[in-house]
Structures are given as C-alpha cells and as structure tokens.
Design a protein around this ligand. Structure first.
Ligand code: 13P
Ligand code: SF4
Length: 350
C-alpha cells in the first residue's frame, strides 16, 4: 500500500512529466504503440538503447525499461563500450554516437537522427582548431567531449564536465599549460577553480547561455530556501549564484543528497525526469532563461536533443539508415585521448 505522501509524489512527478514531455502531442495510444514496437525491434536487432538525460522522458523511460541506460555523456560512453549488444542506439547528439563508435568499432551505432548536433561541435571546426593548437605546441590540448571525432583526434585529452576539474588539476600537477576547447564558460570555470594556465577557444552552448542571472536572483527571492544547481556551461554570473556547479549526474546527485526541499536548476529541462526520480517529493524549478529585454532561443531545451523522437527511434530500428561511421585512421587517433579520460576516471573510482 502506498502512503499518502508516496501517492502525492507520484502525482507530482506525473504532472511534471506532462509539462516537460515533448511527445505530449502524441496520443497515449500512439505513444504506447511506438513503445511496444521499439521494444520488439530492440530485441530483434540485438540492440541496446543508450540515452542522455536531456532526451524526452519517454525515451529515457524506454531505455530504463529495456535494460539500456540513461546517463551523462561520460557514463553513456562507458556503458556502451562494455555492453554486450551488437548494436547501440544512441539517443543524444552526434558526438555521443561518434564517441560510441570510436570506443566500440565492432558495434553498429545507430542514432534516431544524424542531424542532431551541438553548438559546441559546430563552433569548433577541426582545421581552425588545429591551426590554433599548432600556434602553441608547448601546451597540452584538452577538448570537451562535445566535439567531432576529428577534433578529438587532434587532442591530448578528452574530458566531460564530470571529470574536467580533476583532469586539469592532474595536468597542472605535471606543470602543463593547456589549450582548452571549445566551451569558454566551462573553461573559465575550470580555470577559476584550478588556477591553471589555459588558452580558450571561443565556443559556447546555445542552451546554457540563455540562463539569466538577473532572473535567477529574482526567483531566489521568491524561494529563499531553494538551492541553486548550475551546469558549468552557463555564464559566469549564473555560476556565481550557484550552490552547486556540476555535470548533469553531479546535479542529480546534489538534488538527491542536499537537505533542501526546493531546487532551482539551470540546465536542459529533460534532466527533471531522472532528478525527480532521485529526489521524490522535492520541488524542482527551471532557472529562468529570459532576462530583461532578452530573447529566448532555447528556453532550457536543447533543440538537437529534442530531435530524438519516438517516431525517429522506431524508424531507425526499422531502416538502419542513420548509422554512425568514423574513418579508421581518425578513429585510432581519437581513441587515444578518449581512453586516457576513461582510464583516468576509472583510477579515481578505485
Ligand atoms: P554532460 O556531460 O553533463 O552529460 O553534459 C553534456 C552536455 O551536452 C551538456 O550540455
Ligand atoms: Fe550541445 Fe548545449 Fe545541446 Fe549540450 S545542451 S548538446 S552542449 S547544444
């Protein structure tokens, strides 16, 4: 028997999901029919669904129900590499599919759509970035996972937001100076936290850049007891107001473990699905994206993550037409800094 509080929590989660679900226009019958079809196609294709926290909650739930995973970009890479399925269906953005292919060349890597990219990847073309690196041969090249296979191939290290601090600290301990690309906000945050000598590429995430510190201050006045959780791709003024700055998985952990009942969350709102599961009964509020006179291009919703729909997921499992390929020579080069990151983070866990 559920207690009254448990029932109230479940109602709150359902209402919340209804608000943020992108498939809300689809009828319940159609949603269920797609889910059943996808489940049987996954089995028939010996495929496993690996989804990012920013995808539609319906897709996240499907990944959970079918033995796949819902995770941050680091964990998605690790999970896919070790899973026994011959096909991985990566629901996320293109760099996540490419990372899976680099780590698991023997597997077929499908994505609901190959069009799902990332403003950081777009804003860091390999030739320009390489030329920038060539001007500073004395520096270690550290690139964010949100980049193409070609940019990774030019790097000494790949990092995600959940391990960037530790890896830069490690390089500092070795007396290294750093070239950082492409996210300038994350880079500046790491630079400030560690004091490392970092030359920045000028890239940014169009979703996190929309968060407005003025609006956040106003919202905090309405919820004075709320803790503020901020992804480090956000502007500095947002980070300055944060109680916790961290990767998607670190923010979920914070909502789960901090004593506060209310959280204001500055990252893509797809995260509320897992965050609410981890912190049932707690109130989760979206950080504001519209400041005075500002326009809102993303409204805390990554347009490329949102391309991962049930229809596309079913279609790719039927047609196998959205497959990731990475050139062999490039793959071998990109594998080196990726494995460095995986080995380093594995050593931190021991
Ligand atoms: P995570 O590495 O925290 O999953 O973030 C990926 C991302 O694209 C954030 O915008
Ligand atoms: Fe890229 Fe930003 Fe979308 Fe993450 S949220 S995938 S960084 S555009």
């Amino acid at each position: 028997m559920l207690t009254e509080k448990e029932i109230a929590d479940k109602v709150m989660v359902r209402e919340h999901l209804a608000r943020i679900s992108l498939t809300s226009e689809m009828s319940v019958q159609d949603t269920e029919a797609y889910k059943e079809e996808i489940k049987s196609l996954l089995k028939a294709n010996d495929a496993c669904l690996v989804a990012h926290y920013y995808t539609d909650p319906v897709i996240q739930a499907l990944a959970e129900e079918t033995g796949g995973c819902v995770a941050d970009s680091l964990e998605m890479a690790r999970f896919g590499k070790h899973h026994e399925a011959s096909t991985l269906v990566v629901a996320g953005v293109r760099f996540m599919g490419e990372t899976s292919k680099i780590l698991s060349p023997e597997k077929t890597i499908l994505m609901p759509t190959l069009e799902a990219t990332c403003s950081l990847d777009i804003g860091c073309p390999e030739q320009e970035f390489s030329a920038f690196c060539d001007q500073h041969p004395d520096r270690q090249v550290v690139v964010y996972a949100n980049t193409s296979a070609a940019v990774k191939a030019r790097a000494d290290w790949v990092v995600t937001s959940s391990c960037a601090l530790e890896i830069v600290e490690h390089l500092m301990d070795q007396g290294q100076k750093i070239i950082w690309g492409p996210d300038k906000h994350l880079g500046r945050y790491i630079e400030r936290e560690t004091g490392a000598d970092m030359l920045m590429w000028n890239g940014s995430c169009i979703v996190h850049e929309e968060f407005k510190a003025k609006g956040l201050t106003d919202l905090k006045a309405v919820y004075p007891d709320a803790a503020i959780l901020v992804h480090p791709e956000s502007p500095e003024a947002m980070v300055d107001l944060a109680d916790v700055v961290g990767s998607t998985s670190q923010l979920i952990k914070a909502a789960q473990t901090m004593p506060n009942d209310t959280f204001i969350v500055a990252t893509d709102k797809g995260i509320f699905y897992k965050m609410q599961q981890a912190a049932p009964g707690k109130q989760l509020i979206e950080a504001p994206t519209r400041g005075n006179g500002a326009t809102c291009r993303s409204c805390a919703l990554c347009p490329w993550m949102a391309m991962n729909s049930l229809e596309r997921l079913a279609a790719v499992l039927r047609n196998k037409d959205q497959e990731i390929h990475v050139d062999d020579a490039l793959r071998e080069k990109a594998l080196i800094p990726l494995n460095r990151m995986l080995d380093f983070t594995a050593s931190l866990r021991r």
